[in-house]
Write a protein that binds this ligand. Sequence first.
Ligand code: MN
Length: 325
Amino acid sequence: MANDDKKITSDAAFLRTSLMGKSPDNSFSGALSFMRRKYTRDLTGVDVAVTGIPFDQATSNRPGARFGPQAVRAATAQHAWGSVWPWRFDPFKTLAVVDYGDCAFDYGSVEQVPQDIEQHITDIVSQGVSTLVIGGDHYITYPVLKAYFEKYGQMGLVHFDAHRDFEQDIGGRIDHGTMFTLATRDGLIDPKRTVQIGIRTHYTGETGNDIRVMNAAEVNTLSAPEIAQEVRDIIGTGPTYLTFDIDCLDPAYAPGTGTPVPGGLTSYQALAIIRELKGIDFVGMDVVEVAPAYDHGEITANAAAMLGLEILCLKAWAKGARPKS
Ligand SMILES: [Mn+2]
């Protein structure tokens, strides 16, 4: 299958020969890799590996995010054609992206899972390849950040969420509300280079008070360019990780998640902010907490698919992709 082949075929996830270019699959058929990228663990020449981490045993409310990676992959099929609005380019002409498949772990050995996740990401990042992780509940970001820390040292963090996830840690627990308490305690992220966007819950932790929080009310009074400018000012030029909890969106736009909180961002607001972050080359990215059992009409999976795609557009922009003139 040639690059940019217009002929409709099927199962590009297995049959495509080029890492680059769009897929000729019908949106309603074929193997469901992320954006029809090639399923492979060969990272030769690869810029970004998309990988699922189907772990949801750290949820405090409704479980089900273990089915997130499958649902988001399926939802990307309808977006795997042509250039992306409003970017006016096909990010996959610039950026070599593969679907690395999912992280394997024993669901019955929960205490082992964080190490399995960290090793899974280390295997990718140590080869100079970035990841777009599809969750899974948000706890997974903690072992992912550990793997990135080994390569990049302390990072900035751009964090979209309804929750701060700075709950108090009493030691040894695996909880999707304490990851950033642990990540700052371990020095994985720099609180001065961290910003949390869309927050609309109180929290009980004792750390993280020096972090800039743009709560949901504030996001609703600011424009996307204003928000993006402050994000740039906070993170500066050092290595920075992007994490997007789908519950940052209002439940009207993302009902399929474990801990929905009304009063959140519209999908347009979130995407507009993401687009305004162009020029930032995030070292790694994730979209987490899609729980398809609570979804309706794939609203949530579709939003996560689009967010993942546009986050990859940021990476493509950083590598030189520009609109067709
Ligand atoms: Mn959340």
